[in-house]
Design a protein around this ligand. Structure first.
Ligand SMILES: C[S@@+](CC[C@H](N)C(=O)[O-])C[C@H]1O[C@@H](n2cnc3c(N)ncnc32)[C@H](O)[C@@H]1O
Length: 351
């Protein structure tokens, strides 16, 4: 149980390793990260038996940037037949779990394995229930089985409520046909990730105001309009006509980096592809000058040292806002719909 296994977007294994090494150093958990480029996963191997458990218990999964999913446990080799008996034996020392997820990695092998997992799930579930290892209880840990092949599985657990919201951390969002661009799903995913569902009606309420920087053709604006939020869409490019007919949108052909609203707005969202340091400065200005209450902003990743650079920019934003005496919650995640970028969420706390 001393290994922490983490899923990620293929190509970002190094970022997960850097983030976990940083976290473990902060929490004084001894161990080392390892990964294979392009494998869509990484491991953090702890030196002490309770290392992985301590790492997980002292960290909110939600706060991690690059990992999509996590679990602590061990690899199990599976035979060609009667995999269930071998798994049950390997799980003998695991606690009774409250839910079961069978997962694969976000790779071509993973896609091929998902059919096997679908077939394997029902008989395995039945056997686990019969063996008393699985009960229906949302308070108990989740059993996460990540199949790397039909012969190798990582059998792990994660505390209830401290893991990804969706299997493999991949949201199943339906593309709204009326939305003008696919990036609409990015903003929807950001809301799912950063705003608890029960707070949507209060924090994304009809009648609120928003500025969308780099709005064209309007995928993000569409999400705001869909919640009856009035949007100033800032972009030199054209907005989808259907959105302009909604009556909720004012299009401003202006530079998103110099545009300022006449009155403070509830939301600022920004999807301009720019150097991350420039975007970070923009975030600090909007929150720091009280131009918006909440923001969702895309931060393009640098070419090298991607984790270290993101960390440095987040720390700088945090320090800049603290210097102004402001309390702001800052979150950052590489969402499933993000590629060479991460998404930041900021919310001003207090008055
Ligand atoms: C990735 S696209 C935005 C897509 C949009 N979020 C959507 O969902 O349809 C980036 C946009 O930023 C705009 N852009 C680039 N630099 C800008 C700037 N300095 N000010 C305003 N918009 C800018 C581009 O014209 C482009 O439309």
């Amino acid at each position: 149980m001393n290994t922490l296994f983490l899923h990620c977007r293929p190509g970002f294994e190094g970022e997960v390793c850097a983030e976990m090494a940083d976290l473990a150093a902060q929490l004084e958990v001894a161990g080392y990260p390892k990964s294979k480029p392009g494998s869509a996963c990484a491991e953090f191997v702890c030196s002490e038996a309770d290392g992985a458990e301590r790492l997980m218990r002292q960290t909110r999964f939600h706060r991690l940037i690059f990992p999509r999913q996590w679990a602590r446990g061990a690899f199990v080799s599976l035979p060609e037949s009667d995999r269930i008996s071998v798994l049950l034996e390997a799980l003998a020392d695991y606690p009774v779990c409250g839910s079961l997820w069978l997962e694969v990695l976000d790779s071509n092998e993973g896609k091929e394995l998902s059919t096997f997992c679908k077939k394997f799930e029902a008989p395995l579930r039945k056997a686990l229930i019969k063996a008393g290892k699985l009960v229906e209880d949302a308070q108990k840990p989740r059993l996460l089985l990540t199949f790397k092949s039909g012969r190798e599985v990582f059998a792990g657990i994660a505390e209830a409520g401290n893991g990804a919201m969706w299997p493999m951390g991949i949201p199943r969002l339906k593309f709204p046909r009326e939305a003008p661009s696919r990036s609409t799903l990015k903003l929807e995913e950001a809301w799912h990730h950063f705003i608890p569902r029960e707070q949507w009606d209060q924090r994304l309420a009809p009648g609120m105001t928003a500025v969308d920087l780099g709005a064209a053709p309007g995928g993000w604006t569409w999400q705001l309009v869909n919640r009856e939020i009035r949007v100033t869409a800032v972009d030199n490019g054209p907005m989808a006509e259907s959105l302009m007919y909604s009556g909720f949108v004012v299009h401003q052909r202006a530079d998103g980096f110099t545009f300022r609203p006449r009155h403070p707005v509830h939301w600022m969202v920004c999807d301009i592809v720019e150097k991350p340091a420039r975007t970070a400065a923009l975030i600090e200005t909007w929150l720091g000058e009280g131009l918006c209450r909440e923001a969702v902003v895309n931060l393009k990743l640098p070419m090298k040292q991607r984790y270290a650079e993101v960390r440095r920019l987040l720390d700088r934003i945090e320090a800049g806002l603290a210097e102004r005496g402001l309390k702001v919650s800052i979150g950052c995640k590489q969402l499933y719909h993000d590629r060479e970028e991460v998404t930041c969420h900021l919310r001003r706390l207090g008055k």
